[in-house]
Design a protein around this ligand. Structure first.
Ligand SMILES: Cc1cc2nc3c(=O)[nH]c(=O)nc-3n(C[C@H](O)[C@H](O)[C@H](O)COP(=O)(O)OP(=O)(O)OC[C@H]3O[C@@H](n4cnc5c(N)ncnc54)[C@H](O)[C@@H]3O)c2cc1C
Length: 472
């Protein structure tokens, strides 16, 4: 029997597993997809929000501010790309200036430090590419950007290093309560635990209903993006927001930790999870972004994608314990920012319900990986002399070596698909989007997994890359 079963391994499930793995608990994470970070966690703006946006007094506000304070140190310890680049929220007229004042007051009440309103000249000095029509901005120096999927992977890997078990391709189909434990079943296995945590993102309502009376519904809300080439990556230094409206934080323009420029999202209630992209969405995003940063060159676009927010009508996170079943639901934005604080909060709920055992004596929270292209020439030469695999470039755009991909295979949660390799080491993230390296990665995967190259997937179940007489 496990102490805790966590359903879902996006950033929320991973952060909960990370926090709980500090204690002497038997933990099992069940994830329905073939990798971690396959839901909202892989398709978002990647901002660690300072916390001025959520309404005062909400769980969202409290956990956002706490989570973003914890994120920097966790990212440093776990070697996750993180840059505190700051954010500006633009005002284009006097009524938007009033909105900035409101956001400033809200941020201060939420406990956000260092917020202030800056006038046009200071804004232009800070961000010369921002439209001259912007009259002022709210400046949040503590806002940051990170790599969301590496953040999730690093938290999950650390939980696994500290004894948690992770089962991928294990979608939960039923949950039953007996006298003092829960029985959680996938299609092929059943497990028992004292506590079950529902971190199933856009499926959190479905998973909740497997265990308890119906309480809430997830309202999937799509957000689409442009990802522009590194030639556009330094167009702005901070994250440039518009004033938030009824549809959320609006279209932003921001650098990414990988050196690209991200532009989006729009916001559209889709009824079911829908991460397809639309011309209308992109027309809207381009026109809104051009009002903030007129010089963006959209011809440098290298990829479009969409994510789905797991909103609920409550407008706040739903995190509560009921008879050993804990929902971590409605985790829409700022869920990435709040994640480590959500982990702490779930630990608190378990402590209040049954008491937590002592802390693990040897909790390991160090993680380091070789990033070849970031080394200086001397370090590169030394590394290649020691291990020639670092001298063989697989992804030319991002300068990713065979040695780094091999290291990913040896990590606690090894990749089994081409996109899983991409999320771990960056191969395929560049201008050619895997055109050159995908066949090489496919060969490496087939050799490592000991399977035919015809069974290698690009991404989710069924996304075969090669076909041979229609037999996989
Ligand atoms: C367009 C957009 C922009 C955003 N921008 C930001 C931002 O800049 N900053 C920020 O802080 N937040 C942002 N967010 C929010 C953030 O991405 C989410 O809050 C966060 O990723 C939610 O993580 P999660 O783990 O709760 O959900 P998910 O990442 O969706 O993970 C849920 C997991 O549960 C699994 N699952 C579902 N059902 C089952 C089952 N039956 N059995 C087993 N596993 C199951 C899924 O496969 C999935 O892996 C944004 C979101 C979107 C969509």
């Amino acid at each position: 029997m496990y102490d805790v079963i966590i359903i879902g391994c996006g950033i929320t499930g991973a952060a909960i597993a990370y926090e709980l793995s500090k204690y002497n608990l038997r933990i099992l994470i069940l994830e329905k997809e073939n990798d971690v970070a396959m839901g909202s966690t892989r398709a978002n703006s990647a901002i660690i929000h300072a916390g001025f946006d959520p309404e005062e007094g909400t769980l969202m506000a409290r956990l956002n501010v706490r989570g973003s304070r914890l994120a920097e140190e966790i990212c440093r310890e776990l070697d996750v790309p993180y840059v505190r680049n700051g954010a500006v929220v633009l005002a284009f007229d006097e009524s938007e200036r009033q909105s900035l004042e409101k956001l400033l007051r809200r941020g201060i009440n939420n406990g956000v430090a260092n917020l202030r309103i800056i006038e046009r000249d200071e804004l232009r000095a800070m961000e010369p590419e921002v439209s001259g029509d912007a009259i002022a901005a709210l400046y949040a120096p503590d806002s940051a950007i990170c790599s969301p999927w590496e953040y999730c992977l690093a938290l999950a890997e650390t939980a696994v290093r500290n004894g948690a078990e992770l089962k991928l391709s294990s979608g939960v189909k039923s949950i039953q309560k007996t006298a003092d434990q829960w029985c959680v079943s996938t299609e092929s296995e059943s497990f028992t635990a004292r506590f079950v945590v529902n971190a199933a993102g856009s499926q959190a309502d479905v998973v909740h209903d497997l265990a308890l009376e119906h309480e809430f519904e997830i309202l999937p809300t799509r957000g689409q993006y442009y990802l522009l080439d590194k030639s556009e990556g330094s167009r702005v230094r901070s994250t440039v927001f518009r004033c938030p409206g009824v549809n959320g934080k609006g279209v932003l323009v921001a650098p990414t930790v990988h050196g690209n420029l991200i532009v989006g999202p729009d916001s559209e209630l889709t009824g079911t999870v829908d991460v397809s992209t639309t011309k209308e969405g992109f027309d809207y995003i381009r026109s809104r972004a051009a009002e903030s940063v007129p010089g963006i060159s959209f011809s440098a676009n290298i990829r479009n994608f969409a994510g789905s927010r797991a909103r609920t009508a409550k407008g706040d996170f739903i995190i509560a314990e009921n008879g050993g079943f804990i929902d971590a639901a409605g985790i829409c934005s700022p869920g990435l920012s709040a994640a480590p604080a959500v982990g702490e909060y779930v630990a608190e709920l378990i402590e209040n319900a049954a008491g937590l055992p002592g802390k693990r004596e040897h909790f390991t929270n160090k993680r380091k990986r070789i990033r070849f292209r970031e080394l200086d020439d001397e370090a590169k030469a030394e590394l290649i002399a020691k291990d020639p695999a670092y001298g063989r470039i697989v992804c030319r755009c991002e300068m990713i070596t065979e040695g780094e991909i091999r290291d990913a295979f040896d990590a606690p949660i090894p990749p089994t698909t081409i996109d899983a390799v991409k999320r771990r080491v960056g191969a395929g993230m560049g201008r050619c989007q895997g055109g050159f390296c995908s066949p090489l990665v496919l060969e490496m995967l087939a050799a490592r997994l000991g399977v035919s190259r015809y069974s290698i997937l690009k991404d989710s179940e069924g996304s075969f890359v090669l076909k041979k007489n229609n037999v996989h």
